[in-house]
Ligand binder design. Structure first.
Ligand SMILES: *[C@@H]1O[C@H](CO)[C@@H](O)[C@H](O)[C@H]1NC(C)=O
Ligand SMILES: *[C@@H]1O[C@H](CO)[C@@H](O)[C@H](O)[C@H]1NC(C)=O
Ligand SMILES: *[C@@H]1O[C@H](CO)[C@@H](O)[C@H](O)[C@H]1NC(C)=O
Ligand SMILES: *[C@@H]1O[C@H](CO)[C@@H](O)[C@H](O)[C@H]1NC(C)=O
Ligand SMILES: *[C@@H]1O[C@H](CO)[C@@H](O)[C@H](O)[C@H]1NC(C)=O
Length: 489
């Protein structure tokens, strides 16, 4: 478009926006009851900066939407804002030129209190089941809505927590069923960013529980980190050695920053987010999916994230999130092309961090030597993990080729990952204990599908333990015998 055409285009845009901003029809914009939200960043460490940045950003959207701190429960390890690696101490940003999103975020369940059991207790509103933390729970009733947003590493059938046990699909579903039976919400929306996040709901979440879930990825693909180092301002600023956001997450967060939630349905946001998440090359994008009760998608976003009526937002929030009107912001999106930077598979984001650390260090320095060692060790550990699971599979599933096929096989959609979830949990825990170098290790988790398929093939726990002992002799780290901080990337 030339300049004249552009001007005409914006004039047209202006007049169409002006027309649509006439008084709102008397349409319901929220529930009879209260809006509740739970925000979870399931990882820790500077190299996972992005999950806490995503969650902090989400908090400010809800806050701007008028939700009260009493109704927003935040889980985050809270070890990043002040970590040694953070070039801007006490500040987290969620896009390259973004301002701070950390300020003002409640620290409900941080550090060792950021656990799966506390997450379940918070959903159920059961204070007596909590261990530590602020004591805040979702004490919701039959007229209330609940919004859960989760950002972390995941794998088939599970998503991580910074400490302790993972959140397993089946356990989460048992908790949600209890909440449903207790008639403790009107409707619930879950947004989940993680690798293979579809497996948390596909064949697991029934359509009749008034719960609608949107995931960053289908049951068997990576999700993607975004705003990664390199290519500033499309990517993270040069002093950052870590990605600032995740692609699905920043897509819904930035979409929510830009639009009036009273004029956008969940369905519209789903399509916008799905488009943006798939925008990049076929090899670095994921399929955003929806599960559960899809009729909920016809509701306005404002039922869950609230809306800004111009009066409610407090000083901190309006300082952090741009104070321009929805109208101005719509213009801004039209004028500024969405920045593009290559997404990075979540499981590889740590390699980007280590590479960046290495390339930024001064040649010949101690720092550079250390960075190189860390990068090499991480690559070695991955190779070793790949070899170990292949050995275990070959022992248990009748030879190498057969094992590889069986371990990777994906069930058709509508079928859960595994028939016996108790078997799955015990297999994952056994494998972590016997074969993983570090507790809650994100890379080793990628084998949860292989372990699920061993359960499906009838392998017994006794057989798995024996195979692990052969494939992973002397695995001291997993048993907590070696100083973990030395071995972290
Ligand atoms: C709350 O949690 C406690 C401790 O786990 C449990 O004994 C109790 O049954 C739970 N209450 C409800 C209402 O589920
Ligand atoms: C865990 O919660 C307890 C009780 O609220 C609190 O005293 C403690 O500081 C918290 N621990 C961390 C690491 O945040
Ligand atoms: C899930 O994603 C993978 C990788 O992108 C793709 O090969 C597969 O067909 C997808 N499956 C479904 C059910 O969308
Ligand atoms: C995607 O990956 C395949 C296999 O690695 C490669 O052949 C292809 O060129 C890649 N496509 C793009 C668009 O990068
Ligand atoms: C682990 O090693 C680090 C770095 O050498 C050290 O600072 C820390 O105190 C050690 N922690 C334990 C529990 O030994």
């Amino acid at each position: 478009m030339n300049k004249l055409q552009l001007t005409t285009f914006f004039l047209l845009l202006l007049s169409s926006t002006a027309a649509s901003s006439s008084p709102l029809p008397a349409q319901k914009t929220g529930p009879e009851g209260t809006r509740w939200a739970i925000l979870v960043a399931g990882s820790g460490y500077y190299y996972n900066y992005r999950h806490q940045a995503d969650v902090c950003h989400a908090y400010h959207i809800l806050k701007k939407g008028g939700l009260r701190d009493d109704n927003i429960v935040v889980f985050m390890s809270d070890d990043v804002a002040f970590s040694v690696g953070n070039p801007r101490p006490g500040i987290l940003i969620n896009k390259p030129t973004g301002s701070d999103v950390y300020s003002g975020v409640p620290k409900d369940y941080t550090g060792s209190n950021c656990t799966a059991d506390n997450f379940y207790a918070v959903i159920l509103g059961n204070r007596s089941a909590l261990t530590g933390g602020s004591g805040k729970v979702v004490d919701s009733g039959p007229d209330d809505t609940v919004f859960i947003y989760y950002a972390d590493h995941g794998s088939a059938g599970l998503v991580g927590m910074p400490v302790g046990k993972s959140v397993y699909a089946h356990d989460l579903m048992e908790v949600l069923k209890k909440k449903h039976t207790a008639n403790a919400y009107k409707s619930m929306v879950i947004y989940m960013e993680a690798c293979e996040a579809g497996s948390m709901f596909d064949g697991v979440l029934p359509g009749d529980m008034n719960i609608y879930a949107v995931t960053a990825s289908n049951t068997s693909e990576s999700s993607y980190a975004f705003y990664c180092p390199g290519d500033y301002p499309a990517g993270a600023p040069p002093d950052f050695q870590t990605c600032l956001g995740d692609l699905f997450s920043i897509s819904w967060l930035e979409d929510s920053d830009l639009h009036d939630p009273r004029k956008e349905t969940l369905e519209q946001q789903y399509h916008a987010v799905r488009r943006r998440t798939a925008m990049d090359s076929e090899n670095s994008s994921s399929h955003v999916m929806q599960y559960g009760d899809k009729t909920i998608a016809h509701q306005l976003l404002s039922f869950y994230i609230g809306f800004d009526d111009g009066a409610g937002a407090d000083a901190t929030t309006s300082r952090i999130i741009s104070t321009t009107s929805y109208h101005d912001r719509r213009l801004a999106t039209a004028t500024a092309a969405i920045p593009r930077a290559a997404p990075v598979s979540q499981r590889d984001a740590v390699l980007v961090h280590l590479q960046q650390q290495f390339s930024l260090a001064t040649r010949g320095s101690q720092e550079k030597a250390e960075a190189e060692m860390k990068l090499e060790r991480e690559i070695f550990r991955r190779k070793q993990a790949d070899e170990r699971i292949t050995r275990i599979g070959a022992m248990l599933l009748g030879g190498h080729d057969n094992a590889v096929n069986l371990m990777n096989s994906v069930r058709p959609s509508g079928h859960p990952l595994v028939d016996d979830w108790d078997c799955f949990k015990s297999f994952v825990e056994t494998y972590e204990e016997e074969c993983e170098e570090m507790p809650s290790e994100y890379y080793g988790k990628k084998y949860s599908r292989a372990l699920a398929n061993m359960c499906n093939a009838g392998v017994t726990l006794h057989q798995l333990i024996a195979a692990c002992k052969k494939a992973c002799p002397n695995n001291k780290l997993g048993k907590g015998m070696v100083n973990e901080t030395i071995f972290r990337p």
